[in-house]
Ligand binder design. Sequence first.
Ligand code: SF4
Length: 66
Amino acid sequence: MSLQVVLDQDKCSGLGLCEAEAPEIFEVREDGSLAVLDETPADEHRMACEAAVAACPTEALRLIES
Ligand code: SF4
């Protein structure tokens, strides 16, 4: 099973709570937009990604198993 991160830019408010949980996967840019640094993270990042999704106050993030 591989993991995929899906971001809904329209819902993202750019506060960076996801980056705090998973800084190797998410990065808020200077303009306030969020960059997903790795859309298909390795399994070692799974827990951090799940924490990032849970931390997002606007439900802008989803994880898909494929
Ligand atoms: S926690 Fe959610 S709203 Fe905040 S930057 Fe990350 S994806 Fe966007």
